[in-house]
Structure formats: C-alpha cells, structure tokens
Design a protein around this ligand. Structure first.
Ligand code: PBG
Length: 328
C-alpha cells in the first residue's frame, strides 16, 4: 500500500537550500587530479585538437600551469611525457634526464604544495607505441616489468610524490614496490591503474601523448570490456602486491566496476574520466547540443556517487571553478 499522501518526496525538493542540505554526494577539490602533457622545448603550448582546452606544454609552461592549478585549490597533477627521442626500448622513460624527470624537478623547485603523480608506462617512449619490450609482435611481460620498475624509481629520484603504473603488465606493482623500498623510497605511494580496460575512449589521449601503437592494439594486456570478475581479481592482486590506491579506467562507462571495487576492498579508489569521455562532452557542448557545464558536473557526480574517492579528469580546473562559484 502506498504511503502517499503521508510521504511526499517533493517536500525536500522545493527549496534550493534544503536541496543542498540533503544532497548525498559532495564533490570537493580534494577529489580532483589534473592530467598534464609535457613536451620538449620552451614556450610551447600546442592545443590538442581532439581535446579542446587541453595542451601539450613545455616545462616552463607546465610550471606556470601547476601554479594556476595549485591556486585553484586542486591538490594533485598527473604527468605524461612526450620524449625528444623514441626508441625500441623506450630509453627516455627511465633516463635521469628524461622529459618527465626534468619536469618533476622544475615543478618541485618552484612549488612545494602540489602533489606530483607520474604515469609509469612505456607507450609514450617506444618508437612502436607499445607499452613494453617487443619480441616480434608480442609484448614481453617480465622484461617490461624490469623497465617499468626502473622508470618508477627514476621518477621517485626526481622528486615524484606518487607513481602510477598504467601498463597492465602482471607483477609490476610488486616490482615497483621492491625497487622503491630498496632505494629508500618506502614512503612513496603507488596508485595502480588496477582495472584498466582496452577502451576506445582513449582515442584522443593518443593524439595528446603521441602514443598510438604502430600496429595491433592493447588487448593482450588491457582488460576485455565485458569483464567485472576479472577486474576484482586484478584489483585484489595489485593490493596484495602493495598498491596504496587502486584505479578503475575509464570511469563513466564502468561505474559498476568502481562501485564493486570500492565496496569490496574499501581501498582509496581512483577513477579516470578519460580523454574520450571529456571530448564527447566538449564536442556536444561546443555544438550547443548539451549544456556543457551541467553535463560535466553530472558526469563527475556519477563517478563520485559510484564510489570513487579520487577522480582524474581534464575538467579538474573547470570543476574547481564551479565549486568556487556554487559555494557562496
Ligand atoms: C598509458 C595511458 C593511457 C591513458 C593513460 N595512461 C593510454 C592507453 O592506455 O592507451 C589514457 C588516458 C586518457 O585517455 O585520457 N600510458
């Protein structure tokens, strides 16, 4: 039997102040991580065509950008590097004077109160655009893990606050934890891209990071789009290997995975609202087909509501401004 008219759900919706009081999900600046793309050179700010509002920047401009991000109250950035030279084994990924290592040092020299996270992967650094060492067309797991560990260590040595392996090789979290601990970096957390799907939503990122594979795809290491039990096993393994924060990626199309991971493990859980998710909202907004700000906010609320504690998003600056505007 209906409880109406005793129960009227609309009572708490008539007044905007009451609506805010009973809103169950709250977005704060502390939830946000802003991705940045570093390129060699100086005074460079190249627009990424498929991601309006996103730029590849040289280190000088990255430092200025980081100041703006910090001043907006965003606590953290994640850095992706596009090296001067790519080769078969992605040497610049773990070179002490590589693009990321130099960027970290410059940021840390000038800005103390910003958490610098680094993406640990080979795909931006290899001439073939694959995430590891190749034998023929196969990506070798164990050989790649060794290089990833060296890469993570070089990031920590340059001053990174958190390292974030995004490659999906097996065993890399344990290898990274081991090499960090052996070298005096036992305080550096690992944020692992634990459940990362082989997704079409990464398309625009590969323009930004210049990391499109020369042949084939990433399906031999990234997860199949139909699987959730496997995501749980991936996350469980990474936690056992020492991950401090676990990530689900992409975010919007995988809200069920975010929810399951958060409920099951209760770990600090990150979700990456990836390039394609951003570009679709931007494109529809620019065309006047949707209200971009509203949809941006709604898309990120969905990710938070599903259970994410941290959200990596190209909208981070716009969201910080939105938070300032709505908190009168
Ligand atoms: C790999 C990496 C990728 C993204 C983050 N780290 C690309 C890939 O796996 O092909 C995608 C992020 C995005 O689409 O915004 N280094």
């Amino acid at each position: 039997m209906s409880l109406f008219p005793t129960i009227r759900h609309r009572r708490l919706r008539y007044n905007p102040i009451i609506r805010d009081m009973v809103r169950e999900t709250v977005l704060t600046k502390n939830d946000l991580i802003y991705p940045l793309f570093v390129v060699p050179g100086s005074k460079i700010k190249n627009p990424v065509k498929s991601m309006p509002g996103v730029f590849q920047m040289s280190i000088d401009n990255i430092v200025e950008e980081c100041k703006e991000v910090r001043d907006l109250g965003i606590p953290a950035i994640i850095l992706f590097g596009i090296p001067e030279h790519k080769d078969e084994i992605g040497s610049e990924a773990y070179h002490s004077d590589g693009i990321i290592q130099r960027a970290i040092k410059s940021i840390k020299n000038e800005i103390k109160d910003l958490v610098v996270i680094t993406d640990v992967c080979m795909c931006e650094y290899t001439s073939h655009g694959h995430c590891g060492v190749l034998k023929g067309e196969e990506i070798l797991n164990d050989e790649t893990v060794e290089l990833l560990a060296k890469e993570a260590l070089s990031h920590a040595q340059a001053g990174a606050d958190i390292v974030a392996p995004s490659d999906m090789m097996d065993g890399r979290v344990a290898a990274i934890r081991k090499i960090l601990d052996e070298n005096g970096f036992n305080k550096i957390p690992i944020m692992s891209y634990a459940a990362k799907y082989a997704s079409g939503f990464y398309g625009p990122f590969r323009e930004a990071a210049e990391s499109t594979p020369a042949f084939g795809d990433r399906r031999s290491h990234q997860m199949d789009i139909g699987n959730i039990n496997e995501a749980i096993r991936e996350v469980e393994e990474d936690i056992k290997e020492g991950a401090d924060i676990v990530m689900v990626k992409p975010a919007g199309p995988y809200l069920d995975v975010i929810r399951e991971v958060k409920q099951r493990f209760g770990m600090p859980t990150a979700a990456y609202q990836v390039s394609g998710e951003y570009s679709m909202i931007k494109a529809a907004g620019i065309n006047g087909w949707i209200d971009e700000e509203r949809v941006m906010v709604e898309s990120v609320f969905a990710i938070k509501r599903a259970g994410a504690d941290l959200i990596l998003t190209y909208f981070a600056k716009d969201l910080a401004k939105w938070i300032d505007k709505t908190r009168k």
